[in-house]
Design a protein around this ligand. Structure first.
Ligand SMILES: [Zn+2]
Length: 248
């Protein structure tokens, strides 16, 4: 039988643990729902035994793997190891990560109750995957968009545009860029609104220029460190989402 992880994971830590160990290059995510079991059949979510049973079921069909993640109302389960190709969507197995949501959203509600809990957990998972692999949100596909499948998966209650909008919003977290200039004492020279994405703080060059008074030649939204360069030292307060920039 093929290898599975079969455990609930912290997605950010799980993805990071495979850095440098990827045996394939995923390009986008395909979203599924389990159909069977329905959410109503798993009112307490999955258990490790359910993961084992799924492995047995897929192996019985002759599959060499499965989806990379299962999502229930309690969190995210890693299934097919992320560093290996999975099996979930005939046309896209060699290029796409498979995400399987517990539920049958042709009949079960996706916007309230346990369905909403599954959706919220999937939104967080998708944001983490898209940030980590640097995928554009618009590249995600629904299983039923695969021309080689007859599965109506996920069900009609999963509305692609609304779902993309939800996880896109999560991909950039608002941050503050606090700038201190040399010889101006303990008060910051200014504070700029920024966005934290993919481990970096971004801000509008125009906003930064008003405070630091020099031009980097860049325009638009850029990494703060690329704009201010080595004229400043940086310390990142992740808890409060503040980047302190101090002029040297
Ligand atoms: Zn599917």
């Amino acid at each position: 039988m093929f290898e599975i992880i079969g455990k609930k994971v912290n997605v950010k830590d799980y993805l990071k643990s495979y850095q440098g160990k990827m045996e394939w290059k995923p390009k986008f995510v395909v979203l599924h729902n389990t159909g069977s079991p329905r959410l109503s059949q798993r009112p307490n979510g999955f258990t490790p035994q359910h993961m084992e049973n799924l492995r047995g079921y897929y192996a019985g069909m002759g599959w060499k793997g499965g989806p990379h993640f299962f999502v229930d109302q309690n969190g995210v389960w890693a299934f097919n190891p992320i560093n290996k190709k999975g099996v979930h969507s005939p046309s896209w197995n060699s290029i796409a990560i498979g995400v399987e949501m517990l539920g049958d959203y042709s009949v079960e509600n996706f916007n309230s109750g346990l369905g909403l809990a599954v959706q919220d957990n999937t939104v967080n998972l998708m944001a983490d995957i898209h940030v980590y692999f640097d995928f554009l949100p618009s590249t995600m596909a629904l299983h039923k968009e695969d021309k080689a499948t007859t599965h109506n998966c996920p069900g009609k209650n999963v509305i692609k545009n609304e779902f993309i909008a939800r996880f896109s919003e999560k991909m950039t977290q608002p941050s503050k860029i606090v700038i201190y200039k040399k010889g101006e004492g303990h008060e910051p020279a200014g504070v700029v609104s920024g966005g934290f994405k993919h481990g970096h703080n971004f801000a509008l060059v125009e906003d930064l220029r008003k405070i630091v008074g020099f031009s980097s030649g860049l325009t638009g939204s850029q990494k703060v460190k690329d704009v201010l360069g080595d004229k400043y030292t940086y310390s990142w307060d992740e808890k409060n989402m503040k980047l302190y920039c101090v002029e040297v």
